[in-house]
Design a protein around this ligand. Structure first.
Ligand code: SF4
Length: 719
């Protein structure tokens, strides 16, 4: 019953950064049939469990359907007037940096674009950050250091035609399932393909690997810096490529000098023979892709991890060629689109740099903006600290639930409870964050809103509406523009619809851009309403010129060098291991643990499960998805469980100096000794003591500002 009909709408999945094409067919009984879009180049008709259950999550139960002020229903004019007035008064009294937007990778590119334009061009502050800070900020920072731009060079096809795929810090099988399906199919076609998984946990992805390296948390810098040293030692460096297109190899090698296999083994807790096997495979395999995700990014050394990986690809010239390259895959459906419009506190629109005076001036002229922010704004963790200490006095939180998802989440709740003015726009009526909102604004949900998203391989796809807006729900872009108008900036925010916003976004990307910047979709400007409505999935760059819009032959980055530093060369970034936090003990050391371990001290890793998404506002509505894992859990190695007198299905208390949680014990030898794992999906609304980010330390990477969500020292006791 999911076969396309005359009423079928082509759209894009609401969940992960794979960005699968979906065919949605509304039925007469009000339900919606869902199928994979066989023509979408991300998935060719495949969907995972979450995507295929989208039709089960469209009911209006629990939706926020009307604006509210202090919990009482109000009308849009009253709510928007109040938001505009309180923001304007706060800015007048305390300056532009006293207000902030905290937005989301769930927003569409058009929503993100106008929010960023209002804050950075018209309010004159860069205090707009996003939950993408928790997702891939370290990749952004690593790319900018290495390439001079935030460019993801990889594509899904590269994974399929590689001879070696190295998967680092990613449970691809659960978190990017359709990429995993494509990889499994490619390996079935070409059994000689080798897959290495580097992950402290033996995940479903590791089960499929030829070699699993159960690395100690945050051991990745040592492993890849050691690999760089090995590549040099065995003559695997592509001297011609390095000389023509890069700089800084000598310094990077200098930083890796001490990292022989014995030292890497000591720092990573890995078997030296397994390290050698990985190094030899990498050195010998020309077509190698290294794909990585949150195990790399969500770390206090996340940016160095990214650069340690990129260094190995630059050294071997394995970048910008089919089947070769480093490849960061994003968590959220539109983390990439948010990056494109400058939705992070340290970026400007169109991948321009807020630190660059010429870029600020370019954006000012294009927007005819009165007050372009002169310096980077506060990144997520620091932003909520500023709310706590009164530097930020008005905040608008859009499409995200930081009281659940931020590290030290109780401190975020406390900060919001003391903040003079909190606005929350969301699709659901009850969230842990909405409790602190003076103004609640009902947002359009997936299936109701229109716009674009960009997936992990730089492919822009349309999300199209196929359902009417329920109650008084409105698209996020509309709310932002209405507030901007009421703040006196109406002329710059007078868009008839998302198509006009996209058109401006595309024109800005080509404005005074003579091929000197990576992000260029000027070829997608001037599409008109019909062209925007019919826009096929399109990979950027799409510069203006003949043959637009549509796939162009020049969408492969770095094919012949051509990086985006001023000298067009890539940079090796030294990643000294001595500067890293002390790595975790090896498994044997843990099982022979000392006093700290006997007292129940373990290292907490957090992440996702297969069938839930973020805080379950949508996936929690599907009985089928909820049946996979019904409650929050704590995965623990049998040795640690025995030592702490914990049995399967016991309740365990997990505590840190920041907070605690109560979780069901799951004993599993898939867990690395000395560590525990807990999922991040459960909220105060769905499991009173299952909110794991209340336990997580708010430590951040010094370059990217991304929190290290995967390594908090905790005490675990039987409840
Ligand atoms: Fe949706 Fe990601 Fe699953 Fe594709 S892989 S259907 S984008 S959740």
């Amino acid at each position: 019953d999911a076969a396309p009909t005359a009423t079928t709408v082509r759209t894009t999945c609401a969940y992960c950064g794979v960005g699968c094409g979906v065919l949605a067919t509304p039925r007469e009984d009000g339900s919606v049939a869902i199928a994979g879009d066989p023509e979408h180049p991300a998935n060719f008709g495949r969907l995972c469990s979450k995507g295929s259950a989208l039709g089960e999550t469209l009911q209006l139960e629990g939706r926020l359907l009307h604006p509210a002020h202090n919990g009482a229903r109000t009308d849009w004019d009253t709510a928007l007037d109040l938001v505009a007035r309180r923001f304007s008064e706060t800015i007048a009294a305390h300056g532009p940096d006293s207000v902030a937007f905290y937005v989301s990778g769930q927003l569409l590119t058009e929503d993100y674009y106008v929010a960023n334009k209002l804050m950075k061009g018209f309010i004159g502050s860069a205090n707009i950050d996003t939950n993408s800070r928790l997702c891939m900020a370290s990749s952004v920072a690593g790319h900018r250091r290495a390439f001079g731009s935030d460019t993801v060079p990889g594509t899904y096809e590269d994974l399929e035609c590689a001879d070696l795929v190295v998967i680092v810090g990613s449970n691809l099988a659960w978190c990017h399932p359709v990429i995993h399906q494509r990889l499994v199919a490619a390996k079935a076609r070409r059994p000689d393909m080798r897959v290495v998984v580097i992950d402290p946990r033996r995940t479903m992805t590791a089960d499929f690997a030829d070699l699993h390296l159960p690395i100690a948390g945050d051991g990745d810098v040592a492993l890849f810096a050691g690999l760089l040293r090995h590549l040099d030692a065995v003559g695997a460096v592509d001297e011609r490529y390095v000389a023509a297109h890069t700089g800084g190899l000598v310094d990077a090698l200098g930083a890796a000098e001490a990292l022989d296999v014995a030292r890497v083994a000591a720092d990573t807790g890995l078997d030296p023979a397994a390290i050698r096997r990985f190094y030899e495979l990498f050195a010998a395999t020309d077509r190698t892709v290294t794909v990585y995700s949150q195990g790399v990014n969500q770390s206090t050394s996340g940016t160095d991890k990214v650069n340690a990986i990129v260094n190995c690809h630059l050294a071997t010239g394995r970048i910008g060629r089919p089947g070769a390259g480093p490849f960061s895959v994003t968590g959220q459906p539109n983390a990439m689109g948010g990056r494109e419009v400058g939705g992070m506190a340290n970026m400007l629109a169109a991948h321009l740099s807020i630190e660059d005076a010429a870029h600020r001036e370019l954006v000012r002229r294009f927007w005819k903006a009165p007050a372009v922010a002169a310096r980077p704004g506060l990144k997520a963790v620091e932003m909520f600290r500023a709310v706590a200490d009164g530097r930020i006095r008005a905040i608008w939180i859009a499409g995200t639930n930081p009281v659940v998802s931020m590290p030290d989440a109780d401190a975020v709740a406390k900060a919001l409870s003391a903040c003079p003015f909190v606005v929350v726009s969301d699709v659901v009526a009850r969230t842990d964050t909405l409790k602190y909102a003076q103004v609640a604004l009902p947002a359009a949900a997936w299936g109701e809103k229109d716009g674009t998203v960009t997936n992990s391989e730089r492919r822009i796809s349309r999300q199209r509406s196929f359902l009417p807006l329920p109650g008084e729900a409105k698209p996020d872009w509309w709310m932002v523009c209405e507030v901007a108008r009421r703040m006196g900036f109406g002329a710059a925010f007078a868009y008839a619809g998302p198509g006009e916003i996209f058109d401006e976004h595309a024109r800005l990307s080509g404005f005074e851009n003579a091929g000197t910047r990576d992000f260029d979709i000027a070829g997608l400007a001037g599409l008109g309403e019909a062209g925007y409505d019919g826009l096929a999935p399109t990979q950027w760059p799409q510069p203006a010129g003949p043959g637009r819009p549509g796939p162009r032959p020049d969408t492969r980055f770095f094919a012949a060098g051509g990086f985006f530093h001023a000298d067009r060369r890539a940079r090796f970034v030294p990643t000294p291991v001595a500067a890293r936090p002390k790595t975790r003990p090896a498994p044997d050391a843990c099982s022979e643990s000392g006093a700290a371990e006997r007292q129940g001290r373990l290292v907490l890793n957090t992440g996702r499960v297969r069938d839930h998404w973020h805080t379950m506002t949508r996936t929690g509505l599907s009985a089928r998805l909820s049946a996979h894992i019904a409650e929050p859990f704590l995965e623990i190695h049998p040795g640690d469980a025995a030592r702490l007198s914990l049995a399967e299905a016991d309740l365990a208390r997990v505590a840190s100096p920041y907070g605690d949680a109560l979780l069901r014990v799951l004993v599993s030898d898939r867990q690395r000794p000395g560590t525990v794992f807990a999922p991040m999906h459960w909220t105060g609304e769905t499991a009173a003591k299952g909110r794991i980010d209340a336990v997580v330390a708010p430590r951040t990477d010094p370059v990217s500002g991304q929190p290290g969500l995967k390594a908090t020292d905790v005490e675990v006791t039987r409840f």
